[in-house]
Design a binder for this molecule. Sequence first.
Ligand code: FE2
Ligand code: FE2
Length: 163
Amino acid sequence: MDKVNRILYDKEYLFYLENIRLLEKDRSFCRHDFEHFLTVARLTYLFLLEEGCRFISREMAYSAGLLHDIGRWKEYQGGGDHATISARLAGSILERAGFNHCEQELIVKAIAQHRHDAPGEHRSPLSSALHKADGMARLCFSCVSRKDCRGLDRRPHRERLLY
Ligand SMILES: [Fe+2]
Ligand SMILES: [Fe+2]
């Protein structure tokens, strides 16, 4: 997991995490911190294993999870959709981590697609697993802010622990 471990110490990555932490300081809804990233990373890999997908490496699955929301801070500052921003910011981090061009492309596309159900849009197994992992990573059924959360209306499957 050398490439994934490089991401953990990447200065840009840590800078984005810190920006998100500061901007979510007073947020009552769930945050986009390292714990969320790691949960999504682990679930992404688990779903790929369940699907029997062999050509996506564990490092790719983890990297997609660890990077999928890094652009949140820009969205808070009015910069646009965080999935698109995160995909853009992920490129140079993946390059420095040592992923080849093909791997980078698959991970970046999965990050760009992680947010919405897009029927008809082509998704790689990594993209589908990341989207599903992000949806299942929150414990909405036990959340104290659930009555005010718009996310739960849009994603009713979060009421459940498993699909
Ligand atoms: Fe997201
Ligand atoms: Fe997320």
